[in-house]
Design a protein around this ligand. Structure first.
Ligand code: 5GP
Ligand code: MG
Ligand code: MG
Length: 180
């Protein structure tokens, strides 16, 4: 446990087990298909790398940067793509991976952009899902954990750039926000 963390929501062990399950499920569902994981930097980096290693079928990996947050704890409402995929994804089955789905704006925007590149399919995967916060009816096709409406950090999730490398997902102490 870290001194800035109020409570651990999902333990390292729970994350490992769930990622393994998801990897096995995806391997069955995508067997024989050309799969590319598109990881949304930076938050999904840890999850996407672990998920790809939990898969027993060949997968490619690509990266994009889409941001709306800045240093605050709620979305700014508009999502900008700052780094696009370099590879040609035409005809490929895309797994778009993010750390968390909150309002749903990030997945909606990035999925629409990827669909213009003529992939065979695009499915969305989020480690965490804050269902109650959704603004647009967007859903993730695969979800690691459904969580309550609290600002979480760890396993890739940051607050102002910090806490990404915590091996668990936890809730920050309010005093941490008060500092900035
Ligand atoms: P959405 O576009 O669905 O509102 O937000 C998705 C993005 O918001 C995530 O990729 C993440 O960067 C950020 N986000 C949403 N909720 C949280 C949270 O509880 N903790 C952290 N660290 N980031 C969050
Ligand atoms: Mg993000
Ligand atoms: Mg962030």
């Amino acid at each position: 446990m870290h001194e800035d963390i109020k409570a651990v929501l999902i333990t390292e062990e729970q994350i490992k087990q769930r990622v393994q399950e998801m990897g096995e499920q995806l391997s069955k569902e995508y067997e024989g298909k050309r799969v590319i994981i598109i990881c949304l930097l930076k938050g999904a980096a840890y999850f996407a790398c672990d998920l790809s290693r939990a898969m027993s079928i060949p997968v490619r990996m690509e990266f994009m940067v889409a941001s709306s947050y800045g240093n605050s704890t709620s979305t700014s409402g508009s999502v900008a793509v700052r780094l696009d995929v370099a590879d040609d994804i035409a005809g490929m089955h895309v797994l778009l991976v993010d750390d968390i789905i909150d309002t749903g704006l990030t997945f909606a925007k990035v999925k629409a952009l990827l669909e213009t590149k003529k992939p065979a399919s695009v499915k969305t995967i989020a480690m965490c899902d804050k269902e109650e916060r959704r603004k647009n009816g967007m859903h993730a096709d695969y979800v690691g954990f459904t969580i309550p409406d609290e600002f979480v950090v760890g396993y890739g999730l940051d607050y102002a750039g910090d806490y990404r490398n915590l091996p668990f997902i936890g809730v920050l102490k309010p005093v941490v926000y008060a500092r900035t």
